[in-house]
Write a protein that binds this ligand. Structure first.
Ligand code: NAD
Ligand code: LMR
Length: 345
């Protein structure tokens, strides 16, 4: 199995690449960045796990050979390339820089390894994933089952914060709650009334405790941005979360990740690409086509997804959160799609 990380020398890229290097399902780990990547590759290459580590960096702005060699033959491409937030910024403020980075990287994926599963970490995820989809469509190689916006950090946070509130190990909450929607402030929707043992405890929360929990999951990223005080946003917890989702993908090449007891991790996907997705978009999501939903995986692609409205319990409060989220999502998705429509590829 070959995995390529684009943005591998960055705050997320380095610890994510370290975690990937420990996974013996990977034979080849290709690290691509526009700076400092050879040192990262040399360092990781001394670890005694299976993966052969290689580093790729362009010689100059016009050099496309490094990225294309890094991507060639890749089964899984993970993208944490781009700028992170500083205090006072929203994720949408990153659009101007990161939109073209994602557009250009996705173009190279389309030309080099169109069958790869693609995980997009770069923000604003609510726009960068539609950008990638639009580019892949333009090249006639869009497979909605293989394009994922990584929203796992929202689930990781929800599990941690809820576990702390209900006095259970955060790890034991995994698979018993779900986070859907998008990846930005009030587009993030935690659903915590799914498993009886947990919903019984949540039902004892005061309105204030519940609202504070929701706010902390929705704005957890701001907590880290503020604490880092200009030195970036979440990197280590993101590497952990990105690896958790990447591991799901890698394992899915050997067996389906479907489990009738636990809810799988969510990812931000293009719903009209699925039979039951179109109906969900028109009936429940006011036409919003990208949405994070729990996904069961097989062979590196979505095998099935959980329809939150059909398969999970949504409370009135959660329904209100969804209505708010849809407005924000629509704007971010449209911005991403228009950006590619107006771009020369
Ligand atoms: P960083 O600045 O530390 O690292 C980014 C890396 O990308 C750098 O090494 C940079 O050289 C590289 N890069 C820039 N342009 C590139 C290109 N064209 N090709 C390849 N590499 C390129 O930033 P970070 O903290 O690692 O964050 C990266 C992105 O991830 C940001 O957009 C951030 O907002 C986002 N993020 C997303 C989530 C999520 O939950 N999805 C969580 C945390 C951060
Ligand atoms: C996060 O949720 O931590 C990331 O999206 C980074 C950010 O900008 O908050």
């Amino acid at each position: 199995m070959k995995v390529t990380v684009c943005g591998a020398a960055g705050g997320i890229g380095q610890p994510l690449s370290l975690l990937l290097k420990t996974n013996n399902l990977i034979d080849e780990l290709a690290l691509y960045d526009i700076v400092n990547v050879f040192g990262v590759a040399a360092d990781l290459s001394h670890i005694n796990s299976n993966a052969v580590v290689t580093g790729y960096q362009p010689k100059d702005k016009s050099d496309q050979s490094a990225i294309r060699t890094a991507l060639a033959g890749s089964n899984l491409v993970i993208i944490p390339a781009g700028v992170p937030r500083k205090p006072g910024m929203t994720r949408a403020d990153l659009f101007n820089i990161n939109a073209s980075i994602i557009r250009d990287l996705t173009k190279n994926i389309a030309l080099t390894c169109p069958d790869a599963s693609i995980l997009i970490i770069s923000n604003p995820v609510n726009s960068t994933v539609p950008i990638a989809a639009e580019v892949l469509k333009k090249f006639g190689v869009f497979n909605p089952k293989k394009l994922f916006g990584v929203t796992t950090l929202d689930s990781v946070r929800a599990e941690t914060f809820l576990g702390q509130l209900i006095g259970e190990s955060p790890n034991s909450v995994k698979g018993k709650i779900s986070v859907i929607g998008g990846h930005s402030g009030d587009t993030i929707i935690p659903l915590v009334n799914i498993t009886k043992s947990i919903s019984d405890k949540v039902s004892n929360f005061s309105d204030k405790t519940y609202d504070e929990f929701i706010h902390r999951v929705q704005f957890g990223g701001d907590e880290v941005v503020k604490a880092k005080n200009g030195a970036g946003s979440a990197t280590l917890s993101m590497a952990y979360a990105g690896y958790r989702f990447a591991e799901n993908i890698l394992q899915s090449f050997f067996s389906s990740t479907f489990n009738s007891t636990y809810i799988p991790d969510s990812a931000f996907i293009y719903l009209p690409g699925f039979q039951k997705g179109e109906l969900l978009v028109s009936k429940k999501l006011n036409g919003v086509e990208f949405f994070s939903v729990p996904v069961a995986l097989k062979n590196g692609e979505v095998e099935s997804f959980v329809d939150p409205f059909e398969d999970l319990t949504i409370t009135n409060k959660e329904q209100k959160l969804i209505e708010v989220a849809l407005d924000g999502l629509k704007k971010s998705i449209d911005q991403g799609v228009s950006f590619v429509k107006g771009s020369k590829l």
